[in-house]
Design a protein around this ligand. Structure first.
Ligand SMILES: [Fe+2]
Length: 371
């Protein structure tokens, strides 16, 4: 159990952190994200990457077989978060105010739901990278709940790096000034940043309409494109807009993208002022010491994850290839490591952990891969 971590809303005053140094806390408050280098256990990178190409049905040595530039895969394996990347787990606990603040079930297991960004040969020949403001895919992650300013569904967006991420190599782009809504230029032109947007929408938004909160990014200026080593973990505030970038290197950039979910909604009215760092980012963005007047005006609802629709539809074909590859080695189906082959009880637990037992939301499932 981690120590309770507190921070004043306007300055980083960390105490009893398990992982964070004061400069880490200040970086998160200022930029909205943090890198935990070399955090993933090598054994998971090796094991889970070992059948990536079988799952994809691509030849790693023949790029002409890489027929799709960008791919989301489903999850076949999952392990406890604290086992997968212990340092990153400690950092997550520090950022949210202690392990006891985290949801006991959701996002407590991490897995191999890879997001692969390959680029193309034609892309590699392009001379001028696309400006980040021009990306049409800016978003925050919240495909399974009605989003309010204080929602506990995604306190952190987590990026697990399974390969190096090279410059111009398709790393995630973060828009640091989009969260604030405080830059005069942004506020005057568009009226809102992400925090102001959700402050002014106490009725909440259901997926996929939430990305209206990113409409102002064309006027933003502070962009960071992730470069990383395999094993790094990046922790993004849940309200920090991000998008994939184009891969101009024509190599396999592989990440996974889980989250940190809290047990309860944020508390923006703490009498002692001891806010968690994830709460403090929002208070800073709004220039407030507390927000006692904010209350959702509709019911909090959770749904079956909308984007799991198209990912889980790929499971059967991947399994068939994994089994075929096992047989080619003289093994049988029992050699294939997948949740989907472990029986009903295991599957039921997997579905509970990932919200697959929840009702489908008002806008249905997304059966077409998003970017
Ligand atoms: Fe995302």
């Amino acid at each position: 159990m981690s120590a309770t971590t507190t921070v004043n809303s306007t300055s980083a005053q960390p105490s009893k952190f398990k992982y964070l140094q004061p400069e880490d806390a200040e970086h998160f408050l200022t930029h909205g994200w943090l890198r935990v280098p070399n955090a993933i256990k090598q054994e998971y990178i090796d094991e889970w990457m070992s059948d990536l190409w079988t799952r994809l049905d691509f030849d790693p040595n023949d790029k002409s077989t890489w027929h799709t530039e960008y791919l989301h895969l489903p999850r076949h394996r999952e392990v406890r978060a604290e086992d997968f990347a212990p340092k990153a787990w400690d950092a997550i606990c520090d950022l949210v105010g202690g392990e006891d603040k985290l949801h006991p079930l959701r996002e407590r297991w991490y897995g191999d739901q890879f997001i692969c960004n390959f680029g193309t040969a034609a892309r590699a020949a392009e001379e001028n990278p696309e400006p980040p403001q021009d990306r049409a895919t800016w978003h925050i992650d919240n495909d399974w709940f009605r989003q309010f300013l204080d929602s506990n569904g995604v306190a952190l967006t987590v990026i697990h790096c399974f390969t190096d991420i090279l410059p111009k190599g398709g790393g995630t782009i973060l828009c640091e000034d989009a969260i604030k809504g405080m830059l005069l230029a942004v506020t005057i032109i568009t009226g809102v940043g992400v925090c102001e947007f959700f402050y002014s929408h106490p009725e909440g938004l259901d997926p996929p309409d939430h990305n209206a909160c990113c409409a102002h990014i064309r006027q933003c200026q502070q962009f960071t494109t992730v470069e990383a080593k395999a094993g790094d973990v990046l922790l993004l505030h849940g309200l920090l807009p991000h998008t994939n970038s184009l891969n101009y290197r024509h190599y396999a950039r592989v990440i996974a993208n889980p989250h940190a979910t809290l047990r309860d909604p944020y508390n923006f009215n703490r009498a002692d002022g001891n806010y968690s760092l994830v709460e403090a980012v929002i208070l800073r963005a709004l220039g407030r010491q507390s927000i006692p007047e904010f209350h959702p005006t509709r019911e909090r609802l959770c749904y079956y994850p909308r984007t799991a629709g198209f990912k889980r539809a790929k499971v059967r074909a991947e399994l068939d290839r994994m089994i075929e590859a096992a047989k080619a080695k003289g093994l049988d189906e029992s050699a294939v490591d997948s949740i989907y082959l472990k029986g009903e009880e295991f599957m039921r637990e997997h579905e509970r952990r990932n919200g697959y037992d929840l009702p489908i939301g008002p806008n249905g499932l997304n059966m077409v891969q998003h970017t």
